[in-house]
Write a protein that binds this ligand. Structure first.
Ligand code: LAN
Length: 653
């Protein structure tokens, strides 16, 4: 696509948004990045006995080869340095796809992971999948007992209190573990057992293997507390009652069924999607549950230039669309963009979740009615900040009369009530639920490779989005009963105070779902401004100074995922368009759009825009659990337009 000459950078950016909108009205795209997902997908297909068709196979092969590091291994994600966990799993995936062990890429892989300890040194999640594939022994795992689900709910470590993503992964794991699920042996598996270990399989001491772990695979070291609990679980496993186990497995299966049905077999995330599929395969091979799961497996696939990948979610559509709408609105070109906005509005309206999941308390679910999910309504798990962004976008669009569609007052009120119900005692908002567990649960994080997965904490991003949405609703609603308006203002004040407390000494905010401090500081500053904090407030002065101090010589801002891992700003080699945009949005909120720093940032964005209106690919901008990078395809099309709309053309002060 070539842009007509003479169009402004913003117009060219808008043209790209128009051209890339999906017929459904959303923007959707590649949501890849994590390299532990494709091999879990391939392993699941293998376990189900479903040979991928030729194009799926070729697509996966291209992707896995494209992301093999120079040293022969694979990282946790496409930007990460090699780990045993993902190196062994991707090696196994390539073999299961039919690549022979003599293949040069596979030889290089073995030459990397065998000296690093082979499969015995993999992080715990790798060993688990290897068990299911018959490539590791269950005795070499610390137990994942399903009986935990039978404990009284009031216990602080009941699994129902875990962050929902952690809980929903360990749920099917406990079933597979309890049944010691394992695929039938086959020649390729026998060969693999010789290839992925540095020693003969028969000679392995499985008990000792529980504690083997390569330093490359450790982000969250196993605490003494976790080791004690692990030993306790090990002792329990040696003496557990068969009848109780059956009861626990039945309860776990019931919870799995509820998750499947509430999400139309999409499941909350990619890992429990695959493990739930496997549970049903072992429980009722070829049964209706397996068929229902298989029908939705491809929802997670995405083909791009680098090959076929498993996305980190069934999509990021609602989230991206809500941001695209806000960026477009900021340009003021809503007249010309009307058809695009009308389609987006229809999409957003259609994704609101209109009812609670079945028997929510029974299944540890927070109410859902009125919320927006990250992806689609069918997925069914609303999230605080997705609800907030969905609400913000809807209110903006409703104000652009007439797009012949509006959300009823009742549906808007449902969204607001849900947001109010999700505010934590500390004034902040977590992701999907109220915070349910104590901080010390993090000491039992068994994943090795992820940080902060045990509890759903309050986050600056979620809090800021909710504060902004509540204020937008307050401004838009003329006739609110006084008590309701007061409840909203109280929630906003508590949210504001949380954001103030979350600010770092240096003036920045640490982001958790984007890379990293530029992302967090965008949310921090916007939340404070929405809550009525003046630009002269010391918190905003410090934020602006913090951003100015991190501007690069090229006029841009840039961080790498190392910022998230090390929890301190780590500069990229040069400015990145997405992070520069976040910094500019934040400076704008601090009243510094016209400043020299911001104008240099805008010039950086303009200079980097290609003739076709796009910005070139750059460092990954999304992250989860401190360590894993994830690609947000729409960000490069949305945020530069938004930032330029707010700061460009404003005269230098
Ligand atoms: C997501 C995607 C969306 C994201 C935002 C809404 C952007 C954020 O503001 C809140 C957190 C949330 C919902 C989020 C949490 C972690 C997720 C679900 C992911 C990054 C997508 C994939 C990731 C999930 C945990 C991946 C599977 C790995 C495990 C450790 C279970």
């Amino acid at each position: 696509m070539r842009a007509p000459a003479g169009r402004s950078p913003i117009e060219k950016g808008l043209d790209v948004l128009v051209a890339t909108q999906d017929p459904s009205g959303s923007w959707k795209g590649d949501y890849g990045g994590p390299l532990f997902l494709p091999p879990l997908y391939v392993g699941t297909l293998y376990a189900l006995g479903r040979v991928p068709d030729a194009s799926t196979r070729a697509g996966f092969l291209r992707y896995l080869r494209a992301h093999q590091n120079g040293d022969g291994g694979w990282g946790l994600d496409v930007e990460g340095s090699s780990q045993v966990f993902t190196s062994v799993l991707n090696y196994v995936a390539l073999r299961l796809l039919g690549v022979p062990p003599e293949d040069a890429g596979l030889q290089r892989a073995r030459a990397w992971f065998l000296p690093h300890g082979g499969a015995l040194a993999s992080a715990s999640w790798g060993k688990f999948m290897l068990c299911v594939l018959g490539l590791y022994e269950y005795e070499g795992l610390y137990p994942v007992p399903p009986e935990l689900w039978l404990l009284p709910r009031w216990l602080p470590f009941h699994p129902g209190r875990l962050w929902c993503h952690c809980r929903m992964v360990y749920l099917p794991m406990s079933h597979l573990y309890g049944r010691r699920a394992r695929v039938a042996d086959a020649p390729v598996l026998r060969a693999l057992r010789e290839e992925i270990y540095a020693e003969p399989y028969a000679a392995i001491d499985w008990r000792a293997a529980r504690d083997r772990l390569a330093p490359t695979d450790v982000y969250t070291p196993r605490t003494a507390f976790l080791q004690r609990v692990n030993r306790l679980l090990g002792a329990y496993e040696g003496m557990h009652s068969g009848a109780l186990r059956e009861r626990a497995l039945a309860e776990v299966l019931q919870q799995i069924r509820a998750e499947d049905e509430a999400t139309h077999h999409i499941c909350i995330g990619p890992v429990n999607k695959l493990y739930n599929t496997l549970v049903w395969h072992f429980e009722r091979p070829g049964g209706a549950e397996v068929e229902a799961h298989v029908a939705r497996l491809a929802d997670y696939l995405w083909e791009n230039r680098d090959g076929l990948k498993m996305n980190g979610y069934n999509s990021s559509e609602l989230w991206d669309t809500a941001f695209a709408v806000q960026a477009i609105a900021a340009t003021g070109q809503t007249q010309r963009m009307r058809p695009t906005l009308a389609r987006a509005y229809r999409f957003i309206v259609d994704q609101q979740v209109l009812e609670d999941s079945p028997q929510p308390e029974r299944h540890y679910r927070h109410p859902s009615k009125g919320g927006w999910p990250f992806s689609t309504r069918e997925h069914g798990w609303p999230i605080s900040d997705c609800t907030a962004e969905g609400l913000k976008a809807s209110l903006l669009l409703a104000a652009l009369e007439p797009l012949d569609l509006t959300l009823s007052a009742e549906r808007l009120a449902d969204a607001v009530s849900l947001l109010l119900s999700m505010q934590n005692g500390d004034g902040g908002w977590a992701t999907y639920e109220l915070r349910r567990g104590p901080r010390w649960l993090e000491l039992l994080n068994p994943s090795d490779v992820f940080g902060d997965i045990m509890v759903d904490y309050s986050y600056v991003e979620c809090t800021s989005a909710c504060v902004q949405a509540l204020m937008a609703y307050l401004h838009a609603s003329k006739a609110l009963p006084a008590s309701r308006a007061e409840a909203l203002r109280g929630a906003v004040r508590r949210g504001r105070d949380f954001i103030l407390r979350a600010q770092g000494e240096d003036g920045g905010w640490e982001g958790s779902w984007g890379v990293c401090f530029s992302y967090g500081t965008w949310f921090g500053t916007w939340g404070l401004r929405a809550a009525g904090v003046e630009v002269e407030h010391p918190a905003l002065r410090r934020a602006a100074a913090y951003l100015r101090a991190h501007q690069l010589a090229d006029g841009g801002w840039g961080e790498t995922i190392e910022s998230c891992r090390q929890r301190t700003w780590v500069h990229a080699e040069g400015g990145q368009a997405v992070m520069t945009s976040w910094a500019l949005l934040a400076l704008h909120a601090c009243g510094e759009g016209p400043s020299r720093a911001a104008q240099r940032g805008a010039a950086f964005l303009r200079a980097r825009q290609q003739p076709d209106g796009r910005w070139p690919e750059e460092h990954i901008a999304g992250v989860f659990n401190k360590t894993c990078a994830i690609h947000y395809d729409a960000y490069l099309r949305v945020f530069p337009v938004w930032a330029l709309a707010l700061v460009d053309g404003v005269s230098v002060g």
